[in-house]
Ligand binder design. Structure first.
Ligand code: C2E
Ligand code: MG
Ligand code: MG
Length: 622
């Protein structure tokens, strides 16, 4: 299965990483130029060699002619002096032993022919190439002297036939060597070119592919989507963009470290490679964000594929001894309705993704115009929240927690409020998730801890020594920065004994990297603060977990309290939770108690503590 997915991925990459056309054209032109220049250089070198060899051969030959001429010269000079033309001709006839000499003539100083010798075949034409190289025939003349007196001149005409034969041999060797050289040079150059091309291709791949997963990256995604949209526009077709984000990736990355996060991303990419078609373009935009571009898909097909992907990523990934459950949320934008450009389409898909996450994750959403406004609102929220701390727009309010039997106050829950000059009073349900996503939760959490500790110190100083104040801690605060250190410092700064501080954590904080969270909880317990499990009943904390963890208190979620004692299901659940807590030795706080009837019922059930509008709304400490 893993093997298959690897192959699919390789095919996909091979298909997409074909050399772009302009680059291929450029390369072909370059190759041709290379061939031409090498051949030209070798051609010139060959010509130079041939011409130099010709000169040498001619000089040698001339030297030989001179030697032969000088042999007959002395006798011939005497014959001239004695006017013995017959003897002179006999002398010249000696040249018949030299196959290359065509004619030999002796001229008297006035230019009169005195004797001559002529060989047959002298009129035969030599080939044009020989004439071109000056290898056809050669004329040689030298004076005939007798005791330093010039008496006549001998003129020889020789055919360079033997030189031509040698020259042909020489040319054959040189050309052979040149061609061989050309072949070797080309082979070497081809190797070099291949190496350069591989490097060039690697660079193209690196610029367009994500090195971790091998999937196309954002740059490639943008180029490709632009092409797909242009095609769709021309053909009047639709397209769907699925934008997905892994639900619990940040938790895994923060708690188990980046190497595990990387392995998980690889596994996710391989898994996705299996469930999507070759023609659907899967890309990784960065982090845990992936996109899938489906050409020609309508709403129905897009949602079917989204469902398919969510199912595929729902199962746990076994990585390095961990079973990592992540899951995905998907936002879908359709072309051309939700955007006619890459940018707009991506933004729409992003808004839809945000809506999918807000709807509880593990799900998909189509883009709608209303989401644009929500996204806008979120941006304003995010920008405002960044400044809220510095501008002093945040404060803590306190809601009483009472003993249900006696109605006595036993503590407060500290809840955060944001009074924004632009947005008015913003509730935690709106801004806490934004703070969690942006990482601002660490600063906000610090603020809540410090404010609550300082306020509790004040109450202690006023003599209300029985009070315990509960502070909410987000799941995100367990990862990344030192929560334990932050709590220790808040206690120290306020000089507050730890027994007056209670931390409320939600069940989601217990998911993910279990051992690390258990260690942090133990450290907090060792500090001396108490721990409560907030909104109990709606999540998936198990009994075995509760036994293993240093939890002191359960807070029954308001949803189960709301309709008691009328709703029999809620009565059953609340009864079970209280019974279970008792068995485990935990105390229980009922949230959202609004009526006397609820108070009486819960007290009778054995739930000793309660919090709700019946006893007081969250109010500033004053
Ligand atoms: P929570 O910790 O479960 O807090 C109880 C919520 O229920 C509070 O909402 C409180 O005002 C509300 N509530 C209490 N009694 C009643 C009642 O009788 N009826 C009704 N209808 N509601 C009641 P609030 O203040 O809006 O806070 C909502 C959530 O935001 C909190 O739920 C908590 O999870 C989170 N939160 C608030 N402050 C902080 C904070 O400083 N840090 C973190 N991490 N989360 C916070
Ligand atoms: Mg709470
Ligand atoms: Mg609660």
């Amino acid at each position: 299965m893993a093997h298959d997915s690897g192959l699919t991925l390789i095919h996909r990459i091979a298909r997409m990483s074909q050399t772009p056309k302009p680059l291929a054209d450029h390369r072909r032109g370059w190759d041709r130029l290379n061939w031409l220049s090498t051949a030209l250089a070798l051609g010139i070198a060959t010509l130079l060699l041939i011409s130099s060899e010709t000169t040498t051969l001619r000089e040698d030959f001339q030297h030989r002619l001179a030697t032969q001429a000088s042999l007959v010269a002395a006798n011939s000079a005497a014959a001239v002096v004695f006017q013995d033309a017959l003897s002179a001709r006999d002398n010249l006839a000696a040249f018949r032993h030299s196959p290359e000499i065509l004619s030999a003539r002796i001229f008297l100083p006035g230019g009169t022919l005195f004797a001559d010798y002529h060989k047959g075949g002298a009129n035969e034409e030599s080939p044009p190439w020989a004439r071109l190289l000056g290898l056809d025939r050669i004329e040689y003349q030298r004076p005939l002297r007798l005791e330093n007196m010039t008496v006549a001149e001998i003129r020889l005409v020789a055919d360079l036939e033997p030189l031509r034969a040698r020259m042909l041999g020489f040319i054959a060797v040189v050309l052979g060597a040149a061609l061989f050289g050309l072949f070797i040079a080309q082979a070497l150059m081809a190797r070099l070119r291949r190496a350069m091309r591989r490097a060039e291709d690697d660079m193209v791949r690196m610029a367009h592919y994500d090195t971790l997963t091998g999937l196309p990256n954002r740059a490639f995604f943008e180029i490709h989507t632009e092409q797909v949209l242009a095609r769709a526009a021309a053909a009047g077709q639709r397209a769907a963009l699925l934008f997905f984000d892994l639900d619990n990736f940040k938790v895994v990355n923060d708690s188990l470290g980046h190497p595990i996060g990387d392995q998980l991303l690889k596994a996710v990419a391989a898994q996705l490679g299996q469930v999507v078609r070759q023609s659907d373009n899967l890309s990784r935009l960065g982090g845990d964000e992936f996109t899938l571009l489906i050409e020609g898909a309508d709403q129905h097909q897009a949602s079917a594929i989204a469902e398919h992907v969510i199912q595929a990523l729902h199962q746990p990934f076994p990585i390095d001894g961990h079973e990592l459950s992540i899951g995905a949320s998907i936002g879908i934008a359709l072309y051309p309705d939700d955007g006619d450009s890459v940018d707009k389409l991506l933004r729409s898909a992003d808004s839809a993704l945000y809506a999918a996450k807000a709807a509880g994750k593990h799900t998909w959403r189509f883009f709608s115009a209303a989401m644009d406004e929500q996204a806008q609102h979120r941006l304003v929220l995010e920008a405002g929240l960044h400044r809220a701390l510095d501008r002093g727009e945040l404060r803590m309010v306190y809601q009483p927690i009472v003993d249900l039997g006696s109605g006595h106050l036993i503590g407060y829950e500290a809840l955060m409020r944001w009074n924004s000059p632009e947005l008015g009073e913003v509730l935690p349900a709106q801004f806490i998730p934004v703070a969690e996503e942006t990482g601002l939760i660490h600063a906000l959490g610090d603020f809540a801890l410090r404010s609550a500790c300082a306020q509790t110190r004040c109450w202690l100083d006023e003599g209300r020594t029985e009070l315990v104040v509960s502070v909410n801690v987000s799941a995100r605060q367990f990862y990344g920065r030192g929560l334990v250190e932050s709590v220790r410092q808040a206690l120290a700064a306020a000089n507050l004994p730890p027994s007056h501080l209670d931390l409320e954590i939600t069940e989601t904080a217990l998911m993910g990297a279990e051992q690390e969270v258990v260690d942090i909880l133990n450290d907090l317990h060792a500090l001396g603060v108490s721990l409560s499990l907030d909104d109990f009943g709606i999540g998936y904390a198990s009994l075995s977990q509760l036994k293993r963890l240093p939890i002191h208190k359960l807070k029954i979620d308001r949803n189960f309290v709301m309709d008691i004692p009328q709703d029999s299901d809620d009565v059953a659940i609340t009864t079970a939770i209280v019974g279970m807590a008792e068995a485990l030795g935990l105390s229980v706080v009922a949230e959202g108690v609004e009526t006397r009837e609820q108070q009486a019922f819960l007290a009778a059930l054995g739930c000793h503590r309660g919090q709700g509008y019946l006893f007081g709304k969250p109010e500033p400490a004053e």
